[in-house]
Design a protein around this ligand. Structure first.
Ligand code: FEO
Length: 137
């Protein structure tokens, strides 16, 4: 059995259950993607996994931004910008893969995993206390 690329543990918790659940789902999607690559599944099926992950990432970012707006989160603009940059990067990867300029590789998986992990641990965690004080859970 192939090991997961990334495991969710408390170090990734932002202490808001609804958001932790979404992050867990994103991590599971990255692991599925890694699994697909490790098993050398076809380019097309792995590309489908990237698309699914991107779509769910958009859902998650939209949800997080909605909460930020709701509670007047002070770092809203810079946080949203990071979300936008990431989606733009994923779209770029997708376009390159589709046009044959880039081959799906472990490097891409590592990039997605590292970005997400870093974003949750460094950027998302900044809103934990603020959201909790505003009664978000
Ligand atoms: Fe959980 Fe800012 O993404």
């Amino acid at each position: 059995m192939i090991m997961a690329l990334i495991n969710w543990d408390d170090s990734l918790s932002v202490k808001i259950n609804s958001i932790d659940d979404q992050h867990k789902k994103l991590i599971a999607m990255i692991n599925d993607f890694y699994d697909g690559i490790s098993k050398r599944s076809g380019q097309e099926s792995v590309l489908k996994l990237i698309l699914e992950m991107k779509n769910y990432t958009v859902v998650h970012f939209t949800n997080e931004e909605k909460i930020m707006r709701q509670v007047n989160y002070p770092d809203f603009d810079s946080h949203k910008k990071l979300h936008e940059n990431f989606i733009a990067k994923v779209v770029e990867l997708e376009t390159k893969i589709k046009s044959g300029k880039l081959v799906i590789s472990l490097e891409i998986t590592t990039f997605l995993k590292d970005w997400l992990k870093n974003h949750i641990m460094v950027i998302d965690k900044k809103y934990s206390d603020y959201f909790m004080r505003k009664g978000i859970n």
